[in-house]
Design a binder for this molecule. Structure first.
Ligand SMILES: NC(=O)c1ccc[n+]([C@@H]2O[C@H](COP(=O)([O-])OP(=O)(O)OC[C@H]3O[C@@H](n4cnc5c(N)ncnc54)[C@H](O)[C@@H]3O)[C@@H](O)[C@H]2O)c1
Length: 358
């Protein structure tokens, strides 16, 4: 079969998408787009993409590059217009997270995908870590019994992005919650096969960014430009009877440089903890259960057959599934659910009360 012609729009994290398309036997890296011409040149050279396949305007790229799939790796507010343009041009879309800055945009993307008959996928790369997959399989084999609670968090000690448009409310839709929280919210819902979310309570805070504290890398963004939260907490009631505590922080006082994803799943037969500190791959899992009434602690050894970098794993899986006529796993409809929950968390924080979802 002819490999899919792949393009990448936005060459920040877009680099890891490019890496996946380059490595897959099911795709060729056919075009790049970025408004930053220097970045465009640098990437074109590195990935051997000819100058005539490099664009500064994604509309021109979609009209000329004859693509089968495109990764949209732009600031959040551009996810919807670029993805809809690509779908209307008959191109599958792998969009970075969050799917969009709000529910209306996300819904418009889903509608465009339905009209085009093309896939709209979200880049939930953490599902593709070997330890996340191990946890998913254990839960689906019933090892934890009936799940009644999930704690999901991504917390950074010094992680307020000091570059790009992350602090710009209109361009990003929010701060730590929409940036980091969306990943762990997705992991938690995915582990339970997306039960409906019934109610959401949220609270946000902005403590460090206005004082230019806990900024990641040398900041080139003025604190005054920060209009979004640098931390958030939430509580969700789910239709499967379980509940979830969700937390996301770009900055807090904890171990220096700590950058930690933690998903704790509690069930009638066991508790499993996925605890990824600073992206490590070793010893990220613990299983607490009982044997003949006595407590047992298990440290699973995961055979890490998945690619080391989860973005690459996601891209490889996505293009292989599309090439084989299968549906890739990170469907846009799940991205829509996550955005609806985040919208409800922001609405709850603003109103100071619980929000009910349809
Ligand atoms: N899945 C993950 O783990 C992960 C990690 C990082 C970022 N992201 C997501 O990826 C997206 C981009 O984040 P980033 O960190 O790469 O940001 P970035 O600012 O580093 O890169 C964005 C790139 O887009 C380019 N760009 C901006 N407007 C453009 C336009 N109209 N046309 C073409 N190019 C344009 C910029 O020049 C820049 O090179 C965000 O949605 C972010 O949430 C996801």
């Amino acid at each position: 079969m002819t490999p899919l012609r792949a393009g990448v729009i936005g060459l920040g994290v877009g680099k890891s998408h490019a890496e996946g398309y380059r490595l897959s036997p099911h795709s060729t890296l056919a075009a790049f787009c970025d408004t930053n011409e220097e970045r465009l040149r640098e990437f074109a050279q590195k990935y051997d993409v000819p100058p005539e396949a490099c664009y500064t305007d994604y509309h021109t790229m979609l009209a000329n590059a004859n693509l089968d799939i495109v990764s949209v790796c732009l600031p959040n507010a551009l996810h919807a217009p670029a993805s809809i343009a690509a779908l209307e041009a008959g191109v599958h879309v792998l969009c970075e997270k969050p799917l969009a800055t709000n529910t209306a945009e996300a819904q418009a993307m889903i509608d465009a995908a339905r009209r085009s008959g093309k896939h709209l996928l979200v880049c939930y790369n953490y599902r593709f870590r070997a330890d996340s997959q191990w946890l998913y399989n254990m839960i689906h084999k019933g090892a934890l019994g009936t799940i009644y609670h999930i704690y999901a968090s991504w917390r950074r000690e010094t992680g307020i992005p000091g570059w790009g448009l992350f602090g710009d409310k209109a361009m990003s839709g929010g701060g730590a919650l929409i940036d980091l929280g969306v990943h762990v919210l997705d992991l938690a819902l995915w582990l339970m096969d997306f039960p409906a979310v019934k109610t959401v309570s949220g609270e946000v805070r902005t403590v460090f960014a206005p004082q230019k504290r806990k900024m990641w890398r040398q900041p080139n963004v003025e604190p005054a430009a920060f209009e979004v939260e640098d931390g958030a907490v939430g509580f969700l009631r789910l239709a499967n009877g379980a509940n979830m505590f969700l937390q996301a922080t770009w900055g807090e006082h904890t171990l220096p440089n700590e950058d930690r994803i933690r998903v704790e799943v509690q069930g009638s037969e066991g508790t499993a903890i996925l605890d990824i500190a600073n992206y490590r791959r070793e010893e990220t899992l613990r299983l607490y259960t009982e044997s003949e009434g006595e407590p047992v602690v298990i440290s699973p050894v995961v055979r890490w057959t998945a690619p080391a970098y989860s973005h690459v794993g996601l891209v490889l899986d996505t293009v292989e599934k599309i090439a084989n006529g299968e549906t890739p796993t990170t469907d846009g409809t799940q991205g829509l659910v996550d955005v609806q929950v985040l919208d409800a968390m922001y609405a709850s924080a603003q109103a100071g009360r619980e929000v009910f979802l349809d």
